[in-house]
Design a protein around this ligand. Structure first.
Ligand code: 6PG
Length: 465
């Protein structure tokens, strides 16, 4: 029993992500205690080597050196509260609980406060990278108790992916700051994935390219400025055949699942009034995909006057349009983090937050180097930064593709949202003066003027009193 003492950290929850994180910690030389809730979890781990797997919370906590550090990797939601409640009676002042799941930032905020009242330090850590990332080094976005970070941050850093000499792991701010940044990471993930799906539609349905041609294009793009994890796996996914030698993707039901973080991002954007149309289209593409009957009926009933799509030099133009789409997706996410940070007083260092995505996570891409640079230069929307001062050629390609996609009758809503976002950002004077006039006309809601300060109401209609 003597060897089962003085563990530096413990991992609670040995599902896919928890197991990988535990192995990651052990491979980095940290004395790690594990907790397996079920017999099956414990046996699965024992079968893989010399691991110490506890089945009692009390025993596991007693085996840890002080301050005790417990990394929880359980499904977000009420389960996290139940697990915390199970630990609290055995914890002492200064002990540290870490939640590495995809928890809602408001839950993290609440847990930070209630645990602090008991003297327990809480960290909400956004962990990205899937199973492989968790094992080899994920991107980790840390929020919560700064005191806890100072005490155990070095362990988290060593677990994380590295970009050069920098760890893709950092403390971003108090309370739910880390989980917020992870939530937005996922919103961007939704946008990038849907942009890829939409450009696939343009290639397949608009340009009538074969699976082989599309796969080759994605494979070539890996060696360009589009180089990113999602482009890389798209090339692999498209190349995969089923046992009968036919493309596997073509056999997958066109109904998308989601666990909720994309919708949370959208809810947050609405609550804070931040315009995120590409994330919005991506989230709704998943909801809309569920209504198969509407699409089946619509394909029979709704007529479209379409033209064949002719696009010269299409590979280059598609690349430019996708590149601009990616920048715009990051721009929308960054704008949301900035607003939330201001509203909540988190003081998130934006270049630092974005730089954590450069390795280990699902949205890692070459492009993030320039985005980090842009955010260091100025905190303006990244589209306006000097680093992206030369978007002209890409804008032209995106506009042409958007127009021709509409003419061809191919639904590619994320691309239309990107060109709308771009055009909205360059529209100095918007049309909402008309909105204000109409609101005042039917509801006396008043309006402001450009020439005189104050609030005004007009009797708009002839004979109105
Ligand atoms: C990550 C991912 C991960 C997420 C999956 C599935 O960063 O490793 O974002 O946290 O759970 O990508 O998310 P959906 O089921 O919502 O698509």
């Amino acid at each position: 029993m003597d060897v089962m003492k003085d563990f530096e950290i413990s991992v609670y929850g040995l599902g896919v992500m928890g197991s990988s994180l535990a192995k990651n910690l052990i491979s980095k030389g940290f004395r790690t205690a594990l907790f397996g809730k079920s017999q099956e979890e414990r046996e699965r781990f024992h079968a893989q080597g010399e691991f110490t797997v506890f089945s009692s919370e009390e025993e596991m906590i007693k085996s840890l050196k002080r301050p005790r550090v417990i990394f929880m990797m359980v499904t977000a939601g009420s389960v996290v509260d139940c697990v915390i409640d199970g630990f609290v009676p055995f914890l002492d002042e200064g002990d540290i609980l870490i939640d590495g799941g995809n928890s809602h930032f408001k839950d993290t905020q609440r847990r930070c406060h209630t645990l602090l009242e008991k003297g327990i330090q809480f960290l909400g850590v956004g962990v990205s990278g899937g199973e492989k990332g968790a094992l080899m080094g994920p991107s980790m976005m840390v929020g919560g108790s700064e005191k806890a970070w100072k005490s155990c941050g070095h362990i988290l850093e060593k677990m994380a992916a590295k970009m050069g000499e920098e760890y893709c792991c950092s403390y971003l701010g108090k309370e739910g700051a880390g989980h917020y940044v992870k939530m937005v990471h996922n919103g961007i993930e939704y946008a990038l994935i849907q942009l890829i799906a939409d450009i696939y539609s343009v290639m397949k349905k608009g340009l009538c390219l074969s699976r082989q041609e599309i796969t080759e294009i994605f494979t070539r793009w890996k060696g360009t400025e589009l180089n990113s994890y999602l482009i890389d796996i798209t090339a692999g996914v498209l190349a995969k055949n089923d046992i009968d030698g036919k493309p596997l993707v073509e056999k997958i039901l066109d109904v998308a699942q989601q666990k909720g973080t994309g919708s949370w991002t959208l809810e947050e954007a609405i609550a804070r009034g931040v315009y995120v149309p590409t994330i919005c289209e991506a989230v709704f593409a998943r909801y809309f995909s569920v209504d198969q009957q509407l699409r089946k009926d619509g394909s029979q009933v709704l007529k479209a006057t379409t033209k064949p799509m002719i696009l010269e030099n299409y590979e280059e133009k598609l690349k430019d349009a996708l590149y601009l789409g990616m920048i715009v997706s990051y721009a929308q996410g960054v704008a949301l983090i900035k607003k939330a940070s201001e509203d909540c007083g988190w003081e998130i260092d934006l270049p630092l937050a974005v730089s954590l995505w450069r390795e280990g996570c699902i949205i890692r891409s070459e492009l993030l180097k320039d985005i980090t640079k842009a955010l260091k230069e100025s905190d303006k929307n990244i589209l306006l930064s000097q680093s992206f001062g030369n978007l002209g050629r890409r804008e032209e390609a995106l506009r042409e593709i958007s127009a021709k996609t509409i003419e061809a009758g191919v639904a590619a809503p994320t691309f239309l949202s990107v060109i709308s976002y771009y055009d909205s950002c360059r529209t100095e004077k918007m049309n909402v003066n008309i909105v204000q006039a109409l609101r005042d006309c039917f509801g006396a809601h008043t309006y402001e003027r450009t020439d005189v300060k104050g609030s005004f109401h007009t009797l708009w209609m002839e004979g109105e009193k």
